[in-house]
Design a protein. Structure first.
Length: 361
């Protein structure tokens, strides 16, 4: 079975969205939005919100960003204590303000020893946590205490525009040799925009290189069953797929990909209890109005007030693409100044367009 992973997205991949995805049956791993290590260590007023883990707790991967290894290692050690699968190092973000500061994809472009030092320091921090933390084994016949295993992973791109294939694979080999246990490849270069087709052939080659070593996950442009199947046909040796943007536009995407429905049965999921999934004339439908309203309600519960407006806007910038008059409702939502206004605006759209409310799963 291929893994299905919710991708990290700054301002979007937080507890409020995770809760909705969990209600739809969940996915295998939740990467958090990138957490700035140096800021996190200040324990400022907003930082604790990044570490909320009430839903899908055991499946969370804490993604770190930063320009220096020391705070990243310290932060990794702290976040290990929040549980979850482990720590991910962001080596893929190519937003200019990130890489120019020495973070994100800059780690693929710095002198190799510097990046190696980062990986080793974070690996050591995780190991020291693992070695000091005992948990009960999963073996119900013979329960005994074992060391905790928090994983180290890296999410990366191909590199700069003039990257060389061999050097890229060599870089990945260095990560593996220094204890990285999973790689997620978003196969675009630093400057390649999301509109450009991802180069899945590099995922396949990397997966073949890492066969019997560590899992390689494909990321980029998976948005429905057809694109999932296309991606898997191009990279059959990948161990799974990470979905970022579509997990915000359609938090039910993992459910829609079919696997979750069969495993859990639609009737078993929290989405039915909460009215996100309804049955009509033998079809199972998503109530997109209720999901949107739940997202706003979750902002109140799980985000600091100072973030409400911008996080509502970032979400609806994707979510509105579900609707026939997406541009119209998007511009109205992006102009809302309060969550109350956003709720009223969103609700009124379905008075005008009742047919947009449901989507067949
Ligand atoms: C709004 C937004 C925020 C993102 N933030 C992050 C991030 O915090 N960390 C990261 O590694 N990638 C980030 N990405 C990149 C995505 O995780 C993913 O690699 C990219 O969107 C391609 O996957 P997709 O086609 O499934 O969206 C972000 C992308 C978007 C659109």
């Amino acid at each position: 079975m291929k893994k299905l992973i919710a991708g990290p997205m700054a301002t979007l991949s937080h507890q409020g969205l995770r809760k909705i995805i969990e209600d739809f049956g969940g996915c295998d791993e939740y990467y958090t939005e990138m957490i700035n290590a140096a800021s996190f260590l200040t324990h400022g007023q907003f930082e604790s919100f990044y570490a909320l883990n009430d839903f899908g707790r055991e499946k969370i991967v804490w993604q770190l960003t930063g320009k220096d290894s020391e705070p990243m290692a310290k932060c990794a050690r702290e976040l290990c204590a929040s549980g979850g699968i482990g720590i991910d190092l962001n080596m893929g973000c190519s937003a200019p303000e990130i890489y120019k500061s020495g973070a994100g994809i800059a780690w693929m472009l710095k002198p190799r020893e510097e990046t190696e030092r980062l990986v080793c320091e974070v690996r050591n921090a995780i190991d020291s946590f693992n070695n000091q933390t005992l948990v009960t084994s999963n073996d119900s016949e013979n329960p005994h205490l074992i060391h905790r295993h928090q994983r180290l992973s890296v999410k990366l791109r191909l590199g700069d525009e003039n990257f060389k294939e061999d050097e890229f694979y060599d870089f990945c080999e260095m990560l593996y040799k220094n204890g990285v246990e999973q790689l997620v490849l978003h196969p675009r270069t630093k400057k390649e925009k999301l509109a450009r087709p991802p180069r899945y052939q590099f995922v396949e080659q990397l997966a073949l290189n890492m066969k019997d070593k560590i899992p390689v996950i494909l990321n980029g442009n998976v948005k429905d069953v057809a694109s999932y199947e296309n991606a898997m046909s191009k990279a059959p040796d990948a161990s799974g797929v990470m979905i970022a943007r579509m997990s915000a536009q359609k938090p039910w995407i993992f459910c829609k990909l079919g696997i979750r429905n069969e495993e859990l049965g639609i009737g078993a999921s929290g989405a039915v209890e909460r009215g996100f999934l309804v049955e009509k004339d033998g079809d199972v439908l998503v109530d997109r109005f209720k999901v949107g309203m739940e997202y706003i309600a979750n902002l109140r519960l799980y985000q600091p007030k100072e973030f409400w407006e911008t996080r509502m806007q970032r979400f609806f910038a994707y979510y509105c693409d579900n609707f026939s008059f997406g541009h119209y409702i998007k511009s109205k939502m992006l102009n809302c100044k309060t969550l109350e206004e956003a709720e009223k605006t969103f609700e009124s759209y379905f008075d005008e367009m009742p047919g947009d409310r449901y989507e067949k799963i």
